[in-house]
Design a protein around this ligand. Structure first.
Ligand code: ADP
Length: 259
């Protein structure tokens, strides 16, 4: 147990925090993140929602240290990416939206490759791979090249790769896009299980029911800023809306974003 986890909840540092973060890509008129602040508490299952172009992927990239902000501060378990990059790598798991698996390699070979990137080796790596293959119900398919996998199986393997370092904080960018109900159900169950066992989860999704079902608190963002934050129940109670979808459309408008 770390010293930090013995502190009362209010004295614990947030698992993830962004304060007044701004980011503008080159040759663009509007910032992708504009004075963006967010706090994910330790142990939370937190949802980040927003229409296309709202800034979710940019926020995830900055919150996980893949990209520096132009200004503002980002911390993971109280640590800054510049000073504590190595320590952060040990406790952060990222499941990106784009599947980064190698089609020609088998599931086991892919996990071996990613495990070595985390610096895990030998028997420890073999055991972790076995455990993670079981976790995503792919043990029987471990020796098959990923090219033969369904999209749902690839998404499950992508999740297994993000879990190889037993992360304390797990960030997932739309992990259930385009998969069938069975794979989605399995991923949901396993994420709930991880969260019950103490893993902090930050989860982006387009599916409102998914957010309502999984997340203890969530943030709806648009135009690079949060527009509402709170538990699904509190957000609905305070807005007088009956569903998250209704609230989402009320806050972000009905205009199409990806035309
Ligand atoms: P979301 O994930 O919510 O769809 P993004 O973070 O991908 O939002 O995008 C936020 C804004 O930044 C959009 O206007 C998008 O067009 C722009 N954007 C994202 N990536 C780049 C990039 N590499 N270069 C220029 N503009 C970008």
């Amino acid at each position: 147990m770390s010293g930090n986890s013995r502190l009362p909840a209010q004295e614990q540092c947030p698992a993830l925090s962004a304060v007044a973060v701004c980011k503008r890509y080159k040759n663009t008129l509007r910032p992708a993140l504009d004075d963006f602040s967010l706090e994910v508490r330790q142990g939370e299952f937190f949802g980040l929602l927003g229409p296309n172009g709202a800034g979710k992927t940019t926020a995830i990239a900055i919150l996980t240290g893949l990209m520096p902000p132009d200004s503002g501060t980002v911390r993971l378990m109280g640590m800054g990416y510049r000073e504590k990059h190595h320590q952060i790598k040990q406790i952060l798991g990222l499941v990106p939206q784009d599947i980064g698996l190698y089609d020609k390699l088998t599931a086991r070979e892919n996990l071996t490759f990613f495990g070595k990137l985390y610096g895990i080796k030998g028997k420890r790596l073999t055991e972790k791979i076995q455990r993670n293959l079981e976790f995503v119900s792919l043990t029987e398919n471990a020796a098959r090249p990923v090219a033969t996998f369904s999209f749902g199986m690839k998404r499950r393997l992508n999740l297994a790769a993000g879990l190889l370092n037993d992360p304390q904080v797990l960030v997932l960018d739309e992990p259930c896009v385009g998969i069938d109900a069975q794979s989605r159900h399995l991923i949901h169950e396993q994420l709930r299980d991880l969260n019950r066992r103490g893993t902090t989860i930050l989860y982006t999704t387009h599916y409102m029911e998914e957010a309502q079902e999984l997340c203890g608190r969530l943030c709806i963002m648009d135009n690079g800023r949060p527009v509402a934050q709170g538990s699904p129940v509190a957000l609905l109670r305070n807005s007088g809306m009956s569903t998250l979808e209704e609230l989402f459309l009320h806050l972000t408008g009905k205009e199409l974003r990806d035309v």
